[in-house]
Design a protein around this ligand. Structure first.
Ligand code: ADP
Ligand code: MG
Length: 388
């Protein structure tokens, strides 16, 4: 399957640019198992790579010309000069800013990257909170790392890709998405400490346990989400200041009750409670996975959803419907994942019950008069790699 996809994208490259690519690379989208709204509090996240990937066929060129093409977007080849790349010039507009931003960020970091011909295609759903943007950045970074013999690790490439998205594309994302795409391993979730970027592969071999993780893309995105992220971030920072800690990560779970009584503001209390309990949930999930007990993770997912819904208030009717329906239909647990206000939810289910639960969710959306959701099972898949 992967070989076929790699051969296809190489063939498309050859037709498009009139020469064979030097290689083909892949980078996955991701879903976060637990650890939501923790990254800007120096906390923990636990993403896994999806089987859905961005593929890039790339040929190095030493004349400083950068040609970019996506099979998934109308509009032909975008041609730029590496020397002219600047954040304000936005990389030629739209989607091309993601790969162009990576070239810019590599050069900014002092790496001798010239031009390239790049042809991309991706199976990561866009705008569903599954990080199609990070997949695009990381696949570009990995290809250039190989073709220009930069010798950067996956974790370093992730930092470059994040800088591309923050400074060049202009999206203030954390480090989770790019690190997940670059560093995840098959059959594992990735425990990432967003303070010091230490990470560990945690066993999450769903198939071996007869389990599946259903991803439910609600296909809605509420405009409310636009300002909400910044508001939650500021609220959490205010909480940390009020408690006299560098970040909410530094409030121990055992000291939560006392911390909450010292806070006068109701909203701040809710935000602090979410972040502190969510970090604790990440640790509890990891303990269950390390103990070979993935089923025990289910209730913690649902607990996390309740916290996101009631304390942080970033869920929405469609996400709540997925969680309620999945749990009523026999899921081990479910929660919204990502920023909320639409996007995707996940449900941990017995493989044998996956179809029934999927149908229940689809039926619930139909009865509510909603757009049919996209539901698919995700097994923890490999991080970015060279295919050919
Ligand atoms: P997410 O990362 O959650 O999918 P974003 O808004 O961060 O959502 O990124 C989506 C954007 O990434 C798209 O609007 C597009 O500009 C770019 N993108 C993703 N996949 C592709 C693709 N296959 N071809 C071209 N651009 C893509
Ligand atoms: Mg994104």
């Amino acid at each position: 399957m992967t070989d076929v996809a790699a051969a296809t994208v190489a063939e498309q490259f050859t037709v498009l640019y009139g020469a064979r690519p030097d290689g083909v690379w892949a980078a996955p989208g991701r879903v976060n198992l637990i650890g939501e709204y923790t990254d800007f509090n120096d906390g923990f996240v636990l993403p896994l790579a999806l089987p859905h990937t961005a593929l890039a066929a790339v040929r190095r060129r030493d004349d400083g010309v950068l040609r970019l093409h996506s099979a998934d977007v109308d509009g032909g080849v975008v041609q730029l000069r590496a020397d002219d790349l600047a954040p304000s010039a936005d990389g030629g507009g739209g989607w091309a800013a993601y790969p162009a931003g990576v070239v810019w960020a590599l050069r900014e970091a002092g790496h001798a990257v010239g031009g390239a011909d790049i042809h991309l295609t991706s199976t990561v759903p866009t705008g569903a909170g599954l990080s199609s943007s990070a997949a695009l950045e990381v696949v570009t970074a990995l290809a250039l790392n190989d073709l220009y013999a930069l010798g950067l690790s996956g974790a370093r490439l992730a930092v470059v890709a994040q800088r591309a998205e923050n400074a060049f594309v202009g999206v203030p994302c954390g480090i989770m998405d790019q690190t997940a795409s670059a560093c995840c391993a098959q059959g594992h979730a990735l425990h990432l400490d967003t303070r010091d970027l230490t990470r560990r592969q945690v066993p999450f071999d769903l198939a071996a346990h007869g389990l599946e993780l259903l991803v439910v893309d609600t296909r809605v995105k509420h405009a409310l989400g636009d300002g909400a992220y910044a508001e939650r971030r500021e609220g959490c920072e205010a909480g940390a200041r009020a408690l006299g800690v560098r970040a909410l990560r530094d409030v121990p779970h055992a000291g939560l009750a006392r911390a909450l009584t010292s806070l006068g503001d109701e909203r701040t209390r809710r935000y602090v409670r979410h972040v502190v309990t969510e970090n604790h949930r990440v640790e509890r999930v990891i303990a269950h996975l390390d103990a070979g007990a993935p089923r025990a993770v289910g209730p913690l997912l649902t607990e996390g959803h309740t916290s996101l819904r009631d304390d942080l208030r970033v869920s929405c009717a469609e996400l709540d419907l997925v969680v309620r329906t999945a749990n009523a239909a026999g899921a081990l647990g479910a929660r919204m994942t990502g920023g909320g206000f639409g996007g995707s939810a996940i449900a941990l289910v017995e493989s044998a019950e996956s179809d029934t639960i999927t149908k229940s969710i689809e039926a619930a959306f139909e009865s509510a008069g909603l757009t049919p959701p996209r539901v698919f099972p995700a097994l923890p898949s490999p991080g970015a790699l060279r295919l050919a």
